[in-house]
Design a protein around this ligand. Structure first.
Ligand code: NI
Length: 157
């Protein structure tokens, strides 16, 4: 495992539309392992592959609770309802936070690292993390959606 460089807002690679993963091989596993290590070292709760310069539809999430480590390959949100307005941050834009409107609850499907289809239900912070990270795969950054900047450095993602 190795830490990778996290790209910062302004880097054009963060605006690319990432490609679907078609091969679930050791290269993918290495990417996932490196993403977990990179995210943990940066004290993050979510990281998308384009943030480490890899334009593939790969996400890792770890809220640091008993949900455990989540790995999403080619994730798709299949249902959403309600709304929540909470501050979020991004490892590509350290020390900034802004309020973003997200669905209160989501359902999603994604493959795991072995190519097995998984189904997820999420609410609260986990729903926000899914939405935020999947946005990254489409070149969308949370700053595009911020309603109000809070600049609260605590608990920054
Ligand atoms: Ni982000």
């Amino acid at each position: 495992m190795a830490q990778r460089e996290i790209l910062r807002f302004g880097d054009k690679r963060l605006r690319e539309h990432s490609e679907e993963v078609t091969v679930f091989d050791e290269e993918l596993w290495e990417l996932l392992d490196d993403m977990h290590e990179t995210m943990a070292a940066a004290d993050g709760i979510g990281l998308a592959a384009p943030q480490v310069g890899v334009a593939k539809r790969v996400v890792v999430i770890d809220l640091g609770d008993d949900t455990g480590k989540i790995e999403l390959i080619n994730p798709v949100i299949t249902a959403m309802r309600g709304k929540q307005l909470e501050p979020e941050g991004c490892l590509s834009y350290p020390k900034k936070r802004g309020v973003v409107k997200r669905p209160a609850k989501i359902k999603a499907k994604a493959f795991d690292r072995y190519g097995k289809l998984m189904v997820y239900k999420a609410g609260g912070l986990l729903a926000r993390a899914f939405c935020h990270e999947i946005d990254h795969l489409n070149g969308i950054l949370y700053k595009d959606k911020v309603i109000e900047w809070t600049e609260d450095e605590e608990d920054a993602e």
